[in-house]
Every structure is written in C-alpha cells, then in structure tokens.
Unconditional design. Structure first.
Length: 293
C-alpha cells in the first residue's frame, strides 16, 4: 500500500516483515490484556439477573392489576428502575461490556420479541380484563422472560472458554453507600407494607417518596451515593436481603390471584424483618482501613 507523506516530511519507509509481525504480536498482547480485565461471563449473568427482575416486575404488576390495586404499580416501576441501576454497577465492577459483533441482529430480534411479549400481556389485560386467568395474562410476558434467559445462557455458553477476568480489588463500602443501602432497605420494607395492606393512599405516599429518592440518586449516579455504586460495593449479604425482599413483594402481589389470603400482620412482620436486615447489611462484613470515610 502506498504511503502518503505528511506535508513537509518525507514518507516513512515501509516496515520489514519482521517488524510488521512484531506489530501484530503486540496487538494480540494488547487484546489479551484487555480481555483479562473484561468479564464476558458477568455479561451473561447480568442478562440472567435482568430476566429475573423483569419476571418479578411483570408478575407482580399483573397480580396487582387483577386486584384493582393500580396505585401500587408506579411503586414497582420505581423499584425496577432502581434495580436496573444497581445491575449496571455490578456489571461495571466486573468489567462487563456489550460486544455483539456476531449475531447482532439475532440479539436485537430477541429483545424485540421480549418487548412484544410484555406488550401482548398488557393488551390482553386491557381487552379481556379481570375475566382472563392469571396464567393467560402472564403467559406472553413470561415467554419474553424466557427469551432473556435464553440470551443469557447463550452468552454464558459462548464465554465458557474465555479467560478469567482479573477485576480490581474490592471497592470501599463508604458511608454514603451504607446510607443508600439502609434507605433502600426501608423503601423495600415500605413497599411490602403498601402491597400487603392494599392502601391506595399509603401506596401513593411511598411511591412519591421513592420516586423523589430515585431522582436524587440518579442525579448523583456516579458518586458514592448512587445506586450504580451499590452494585460495585455490594456483596452476598446485601444481594441476599434485596432478593428476599423482592420475592416477598412478588408473593404478596400474586397470592390473592390464586385464592391465597395473606393477613396484613404477615406483611408488617416481613417489612420489619427487611428493615432490620437492611440495617445490618448496611455495614461491611469486616472493617477495612479504606472503608472509612
């Protein structure tokens, strides 16, 4: 290939075959170093976690709508948006990145089918209403979740031979992140109470407060107060408590659709337990010097 010289300078001599090979070897080394810091497996796991979040969100919403408790739906939307930010922080901690150089249109098509499944469930509820069975309304949305699960499993299988990433050391669990963790536990406990009692006024108040908090932490998304930062510093105790809270919330929302009657005391006890657990997991497992501040 003919080189074009820069004005005022002579054209460089073309590299020899040996030097060109060294350039190629160095490019391979750079790619290997990059891959050592990027977790393709974590990308797969974040897709699977996202599928679980969508499943809980859609299932809970259908249950609440069939009960006529539409005032609680916006609260679940807020919690789902918060979950998405936390998941993005988890992905960032592990160096996950989205690279779809192959099968890109297949991936986009799967996402389109996922969105279509959720829309079909919504249309069924609007057209048929409460006369439709829970399984009929939830079926298309659950199929969408299965598509996401399929994407995650394909990503997990594709990354089986990928090199193990070497992520940075644990991020400091600083005071702002502890406060956000504790407040998030309180919001989750309040959501459990709102769903368990079915009080529209309480649901509206909790939704307004949770929405205002979400806007605040979204503005400070890249700071120690942000939800994405929680995804970087959280470990298994925090993840377990939030997961249990989400499952309790979903169970309270859908149980009446299957004829189960849950006493309001159960919701209050569950909320109290979540609040207490949120307080304990807002502290690190063990103190470290770089955790202070």
């Amino acid at each position: 290939m003919e080189q074009k010289s820069v004005q005022g300078h002579e054209a460089l001599a073309p590299p020899s075959a040996d030097i060109a090979q060294r350039y190629l070897d160095e490019a391979d080394a750079v790619e290997e170093r990059r891959n050592s810091q990027v977790s393709t497996r974590l990308q797969a796991w974040t897709t699977l976690i996202g599928a679980a979040v969508v499943f809980l969100f859609v299932t809970s919403n259908i249950g609440l709508l069939r009960l006529g408790e539409s005032s609680t739906v916006p609260l679940l939307v807020v919690l789902m948006a918060a979950s998405a930010q936390i998941i993005s922080g988890v992905a960032e901690r592990g160096g996950a990145q989205r690279r779809f150089t192959r099968g890109r249109w297949l991936y986009y098509g799967a996402i389109a089918l996922c969105v279509l499944g959720i829309l079909v469930s919504a249309v069924l509820y609007i057209t048929v209403g409460d006369d439709a069975s829970f399984l009929l309304l939830a079926g298309p949305a659950w199929s969408a979740c299965l598509i996401l699960v399929g994407i995650g499993l394909v990503q997990l299988w594709s990354s089986r031979h990928a090199p193990r990433a070497r992520p940075d050391g644990p991020t400091a669990f600083r005071v702002p992140a502890r406060v956000t963790t504790f407040v998030l536990g309180l919001v989750l406990a309040a959501a459990v109470v709102a769903v368990g009692l079915g009080d529209p006024l309480l649901s509206s108040v909790v939704t307004i407060l949770a929405g205002a908090g979400l806007i605040t932490v979204s503005i400070a998304a890249r700071s120690d107060w942000g939800l994405a930062y929680l995804g970087e510093v959280w470990r298994w105790p925090q993840i377990v408590v939030v997961s249990i809270g989400a499952l309790v919330l979903c169970a309270l929302a859908i149980a009446p659709s299957f004829g189960a009657v849950i006493d309001s005391t159960v919701a209050l006890v569950a909320a109290g337990a979540l609040a207490i657990a949120g307080f304990f997991v807002s502290r690190p497992l063990r103190a470290r010097a770089n955790d202070r501040g």
